[in-house]
Design a protein around this ligand. Sequence first.
Ligand code: GLV
Length: 326
Amino acid sequence: MGRPVVFIPDKVPEEAVRYLETVAEVDYRAWEELPGEAKFLQGLERADGLLVYSRHKLKGPVLDRAPRLKGVCNIAVGYDNLDLEELTRRGIAATNTPDVLTETTADLAFGLLLAAARRIPEADHYVKSGQWKGWLPSLMLGKDVHGAVLGIIGYGRIGSAIARRANGFGMKVLYSNLERVPRDEAALGIEYAAMEELLGRSDYVLVQVPLTPSTAGFIGEREFSMMKPDAYFINASRGAVVQEEALVKALAEGRIGGAGLDVFEREPLPPDHPFLSMPRVVTLPHMGSATRQTRAAMAMKAAVNMAAILQGKRPENLLNGQVWKQ
Ligand code: GLV
């Protein structure tokens, strides 16, 4: 039997490729731009393993084009790009990369909050475009972060890392989650609150949940109407957990103060999207985990998961345990 083939369509940190070369033939294309479907399918057809960023959707008929596939290793913690049920039905193992990106994503989410509150991108543009003619009493007035109330909706690993950062800024942290987290209540002094209470009390509402059928669109008009009129909404998880039209409306009507968004319903944002002309909305191109160190760690984690699958060992970050029958 020949060596298994691992298809890596995207440009990834090279150490992951080198590592996989010790256990497989690696079909590494290093595409920076998203390849056309035909090119992707060509690689998929002979792949035993697929190592991908979540920009690739492994759902529906595309899986019919992968007759040899035994494992899909996402280089991401989120896995809404995968149809887990269908992968499981086909006996294909799926993995993700938790933990290694927690702190980096929390840095970005908190940075987004600061950027929105203190109007940092808007001010940078103001200076660089030559509009700064002198100090003005009302120039770039923003909103305080220290001493403010931060409400975190969805309190997992990243939520907890954000709460630690907020603590350092002297913020009061509320959290809403399926389960209470007594460890952080004791260690960080955070306070559990029902969603309605959190929305009503927070100066900053930050959502950090995975995208699943139960979180899709779970923040909408009703939730925005419960927020304070000067509250900011921050999202670095997945765009589709929010009903974007309701957010646009709340912002346009001045019913909330502003937003910091790293993720959107449609990525990239279409050129006519209302957010693009809203100065009080900070928009980022889905870059929560985008540091050199963290991307390298994520790719290595995915590669180690892949090697385990190909060697018949249970991978550490298996998402669909049902495929593993020992
Ligand atoms: C990025 O969005 C991830 O899920 O890791």
